[in-house]
Write a protein that binds this ligand. Structure first.
Ligand code: ACO
Length: 428
């Protein structure tokens, strides 16, 4: 794997250092710098722009070409022919399931959809106006206090049970966090419904009124989950891995991932897109907002645009755009926000500033509009992202734990004051 070498000449050193170059199955070669520390050298790469923190065989992104593969399968094919639970199986097991395996997997997930009834008590400790992501950070971490029987991270069976529990329970907890915020009773999962339909049912049914799930909306919801399922070493996944590298339990690690996802530069962007479209308000204001996004002295950015890895169209955004149309047609909604979004997209794609920086719409650009049309409040958008991303987080965590790992411990370039002696209070 490491026939190629890089040579590093360091000013003042006796001889150059030879560093192995590693090649993966796809993508750029990687210089293995692990031995640098033995020579008293470290690398400096804030934001991990040029640093691979792990080897992984789960998901591959070619950001220049706009390619996203899960276990080798292109996301467009998965979105068209597969569904979310099948993708969960694929991520966890590496291969598409045969019919019997698929049925057994769906059954297992259904068997884990309920949460321990005492978890309800946790919810009542939150203020009613708590952001659902704040609740999710708390209750997902708290799962480790309820499921002691599967917390041995060195036991492969425990890891699998935890993965199934997380995938199955996230929609239940997500819907509970919504119901709590609007003061309605929790709705138990219904295992006669499929994954996405069950989620919509838990969100919108009440004990006094049955809610019939619209199959077009259920399909769109499934697709939203599917498109978010994994995205290699993004900020939240890296957070899950870093937390996991200490040997922490998986529920705690996923809670850490949820916290990282919350920020507007990551999963919080879908909520921020809608807020931004609301602020723009009318097509005639678009130019003003574009000018602000381009102004280096203004911190405003076009939410839903740009990506650290994609320097081309985010392939998920294309599928999402189609789904958006399907949902709005089904519901007969002529959303002015969609018109603003489409116009904004067109202007940005033709603008030199965005072209030069290769800023394209990302997956979050259209998600918010779809979710809004379904009647889901914007505070739930990132919770839905977290639900969809759970199989990715847990598969990446399993890959790390099963493959042997060291604690993740970045180094630093210290720029503070050098050693000095303590000054007694009277002499300061
Ligand atoms: N609007 C306007 N300008 C932008 C935008 C944007 N959305 N995104 C990047 N830029 C500009 C930056 O100002 C910078 O310009 P400069 O070179 O003149 O200084 C240049 O493009 C590069 O930007 P960086 O911040 O260095 O890019 P980085 O890779 O660090 O950030 C990020 C990527 C965080 C996604 C950024 O594009 C952004 O903030 N986008 C808006 C938020 C968003 O949509 N996030 C969702 C990401 S996808 C996801 O999590 C599912």
């Amino acid at each position: 794997m490491a026939d190629k070498k890089a040579t590093l000449s360091v000013h003042g050193a006796n001889e150059p250092l030879e560093l192995p170059i590693l090649s993966g199955s796809e993508g750029s070669d990687v210089i293995d710098i692990n031995s640098l520390a033995q020579h008293g050298l470290f690398t400096y790469d804030p934001g991990f722009v040029s640093t691979a923190a792990c080897m992984s065989a789960i998901t591959y992104i070619d950001g220049d070409k706009g390619v996203l593969l899960h276990r080798g399968y292109p996301i467009e094919q998965l979105a068209e022919h597969s569904d979310y639970l099948e993708l969960c199986y694929l991520l966890l097991n590496g291969e598409l399931p045969k019919r019997a395996e698929r049925e057994a997997f769906v059954e297992v997930i259904k068997n884990h959809t309920m949460v321990h009834d005492q978890l309800r008590n946790l919810f009542s400790g939150f203020r009613r106006d708590a952001h659902p992501m704040a609740i999710m950070c708390g209750v997902v971490g708290a799962l480790s206090a309820f499921y002691h029987d599967s917390l041995d991270i060195d036991d492969a069976e425990h890891r699998t049970i935890t993965a199934h529990r997380l995938i199955a329970k996230m929609p239940t907890l997500a819907a509970m966090s919504y119901k709590y915020s609007i003061g309605q009773p929790f709705v138990y999962p219904r295992n006669d419904l499929d994954y996405a339909a069950n989620f919509l049912h838990m969100m919108f049914a009440t004990p006094c009124e049955e809610y019939e799930v619209n199959p077009v909306l259920a399909k769109a919801m499934d697709r939203i989950f599917l498109l978010h399922a994994d995205h290699e070493q993004n900020a939240s996944t890296s957070t899950v891995r870093l937390a996991g590298s200490t040997g922490a339990n998986p529920f705690a690690c996923i809670a850490a991932g949820i916290a990282a996802l919350w920020g507007p530069a990551h999963g919080g962007a879908n909520e921020a897109v809608l807020d931004m479209l609301g602020d723009i308000g009318d097509e005639k204001n678009i130019d003003k907002f574009i000018a602000r996004a381009k102004d280096p002295n203004d911190t405003f950015r076009l939410m839903g645009f740009g990506h650290r890895v994609y320097k081309n169209y985010d392939p998920r955004a294309k599928v999402m755009q189609e789904t958006c149309r399907e949902v709005l047609d089904e519901l007969g909604i002529e959303d002015p926000m969609l018109r603003i979004a489409q116009r904004l997209e067109k202007i940005a794609l033709e603008d030199e500033y965005f072209i030069e920086r290769r800023l394209y719409p990302n997956v979050d650009f259209y998600t918010g509009i779809i979710l809004k049309a379904m009647g889901i409040p914007s505070t739930m958008f990132t919770v839905i992202f977290a639900t969809g991303r759970t199989p990715g987080w847990i598969t990446q965590w399993i890959e790390m734990i099963a493959g042997g790992y060291r604690i993740g411990r970045p180094r630093q370039l210290y720029t503070g004051v050098s050693r000095r002696d303590y000054v007694p209070l009277a002499k300061r």
